[in-house]
Design a protein around this ligand. Structure first.
Ligand code: NDP
Length: 586
């Protein structure tokens, strides 16, 4: 019965156009990308050379920059589109933004920088501040360029240098480059008929317009919305966090829902400073390993982090113990049983909180918890009990049309002053579309050509045909989605070791061999995808909009077949044994 319901809800939502249903913020939609926070400072174009250039000033660039500096490579330049460091935390300043992963493992380099997170789950402004702290601590501001968008990245074989051109007229050279542009960095808009016709105010959540709404990222009320009819399209993790804030301030709020998120308990707590001070040196690495082990099905004596992510694994283990079956089939059954229980709890929570039965029904998710990004929130559901907040459920179909004054769901028109797009980010589209520029390697090969059937790499870091270039992200490595920065710190360490080795040995070029890349991909494919591959999963970016066998999204999500802990152990050994197997140093 339950499985049939899951399939029925999924089938309603599968669309022929998959990823193509979304609109890129280019041309007449380009203004949705404008930086609302900082005006670009005038400066002369740069034509100099650095040892290491990093594209992207989020956690990827910061932690790699930090590890390079620690390894004695001082000449590092981070090139960032935003007006400061922070990446996703620079852009996502919508009211209520916070991180769902416990700060003690999410915020990198806590011991190195001496920061104590204020709460178990920290709000976005504290994370942005931490990015700035890392930048200051490691001297990464000195050579950084902000409000600068890379337009072209080309390998010059004669010079054995990368040439980096930008929208500020720069033509810099770098011996090594890395890209850390983030898996969810480019906002997308829903391709709804008439979207360009709307004459009210509109913006994407990753460019929150406080000038229009009033309020602040710190939580000040959005006072300018008091007399406004506000619509929000999307009910993913972003919407779940900002809806309670908009609900408190807006005259009327209409939440247009295609698929409800699963909303589990948040239960945030302040950090006990005495407890924090009692942690032994090396604690953060221990916590990282403990979390990753538990979150990915392993066993430890203690659950240090104790959050919604480790709870998922704890439940599976408890079920397996209850069933007395630890065979692979037994573990699959334990996963299914515990997930069925969890989702039933999540639906019961909706009934317990929501007073209107029709609204409650519409807010119940019918899919496995890991089909979509699980959400954890203690105020989102309550928002719908307010008379001024209206859930407009579209039964999986989405908004049908937008016109000058509002939106249509079915034949019903909703008049709006302001329309907020909480419609997410490009994930499964081509590399060029996602990054906003292409990368040209040896012999004119572009990365979008190399990755036309999806990503190929060694370790998720090196691409054959692209010497002295490194990719910093979770993909084709640990692929640990519950704690993205952990992937990045390990990559930073690995890259610093390779570059230090190249410099010590006077190598001009370092590149993976085609064979090593092929073997790595075969290894990844032997294990299949690490999540989102349940055929009953409702579409979303976790499963390439329900089209796992199509397009580049398929390969991009591959992870190490033995799981994240095994990948981290493997890569630690690989970078420390001095052989750097699979790389050619020339
Ligand atoms: P998502 O891609 O998760 O959500 C986009 C939303 O827009 C979905 O609800 C989608 O519906 C909806 N949508 C798209 N097109 C239409 C349409 N035509 N009509 C109606 N609705 C539409 O983006 P988010 O920004 O919410 O989250 C992205 C990711 O960022 C998260 O998954 C998470 O990894 C990260 N994040 C983490 C946070 C945290 O730590 N708490 C907070 C915020 C974000 P449908 O589901 O049907 O496709």
């Amino acid at each position: 019965m339950l499985r049939a319901k899951y399939h029925q809800e999924r089938d309603k939502r599968i669309r022929d156009d998959g990823n193509e249903q979304y609109i890129e913020p280019v041309g007449k939609f380009a203004h949705y990308l404008d930086d609302p926070y900082v005006d670009a400072k005038p400066r002369e174009p740069l034509t100099d050379e650095v040892t290491f250039a990093f594209i992207g000033g989020g956690f990827a660039g910061l932690v790699t920059g930090a590890r390079l500096k620690e390894a004695g490579i001082d000449d590092v330049r981070i090139i960032e589109k935003g007006g400061d460091f922070g990446g996703t935390w620079y852009w996502n300043r919508y009211p209520g933004a916070m991180c769902d992963t416990a700060a003690f493992i999410y915020m990198p380099l806590l011991e190195e920088t001496g920061h104590m997170p204020s709460r178990k789950y920290t709000r976005a402004p504290e994370i942005l501040e931490h990015c700035q702290r890392i930048g200051n601590h490691y001297g990464l501001y000195e050579n950084a360029v902000f409000s600068t968008e890379v337009t072209d990245l080309t390998w010059n074989q004669e010079l054995q240098r990368w040439i980096i051109r930008t929208n500020r007229g720069d033509e810099m050279r770098a011996k090594f480059v890395a890209t850390g542009t983030g898996p969810l960095h480019r906002p997308k808009l829903p391709g709804i008929d008439g979207i360009e016709e709307f004459r009210g105010h509109s913006f994407h959540t990753s460019r929150w317009d406080y000038g229009y709404t009033g309020g602040s990222p710190g939580g000040a009320p959005l006072v300018n919305l008091a007399d406004k009819r506000v619509g929000i399209i999307g009910t993913g993790a972003t919407s779940v966090q900002c809806v309670p804030h908009v609900a408190q301030s807006a005259g009327e709020l209409f939440v247009f829902q295609r698929t409800p998120s699963s909303i589990d308990i948040r239960n945030n707590q302040d950090t006990d400073a005495d407890w924090f001070a009692s942690l032994e040196p090396g604690w953060q690495q221990e916590w990282l390993v403990n979390f990753t082990t538990l979150q990915t099905g392993g066993f430890t004596d203690e659950d240090l982090v104790k959050d919604g992510w480790t709870d998922i694994s704890q439940r599976i283990r408890d079920k397996a113990i209850e069933n007395g079956d630890f065979s692979p089939e037994g573990l699959t059954k334990a996963y299914h049983d515990s997930d069925d229980d969890k989702m039933a709890e999540i639906r019961a929570r909706v009934d317990a909180i929501i007073t209107d039965p029709q609204t409650a029904d519409a807010l119940k998710p019918w899919y496995r918890q890991l089909c979509k990004r699980p959400c954890f929130h203690d105020e989102y559901l309550d928002s719908f009990n307010s008379d001024s907040v209206h859930l407009v459920d579209t039964d999986g179909q989405g908004v049908r049309r937008i016109d000058e004054t509002g939106v249509f769901v079915g034949d019903q028109h909703y008049e709006l002053d302001c329309l907020i797009y909480a419609s997410g980010f490009e994930v499964g589209t081509s590399y060029e579309r996602r990054s906003g520029f292409d990368t040209v390697g040896r012999d004119g090969l572009t990365l979008s050509q190399a990755w036309v059937d999806g990503m190929t790499s060694l370790h998720g870091i090196h691409v054959h045909g692209f010497p002295n270039m490194f990719v910093v992200g979770p993909n084709q490595g640990a692929n640990l989605i519950s704690n993205v920065p952990h992937n990045l710190t390990e990559r930073g360490r690995t890259i610093a070791a390779i570059v230090a080795h190249a410099i010590a040995n006077d190598s001009d070029e370092v590149e993976t061999s085609a064979d090593a890349e092929t073997n790595w991909l075969a290894k990844l494919e032997s294990g299949g995808r690490t999540f989102g591959n349940d055929p009953s999963c409702t579409p979303g970016y976790y499963n390439n909009e329900g089209k796992l066998d199509e397009g580049s999204g398929n390969r991009n999500f591959l992870g190490y077949p033995d799981g994240p802990v095994a990948y981290f152990e493997y890569i630690d050994h690989w970078r420390n044994d001095g052989d750097f197997k699979g790389l050619e140093f020339r």
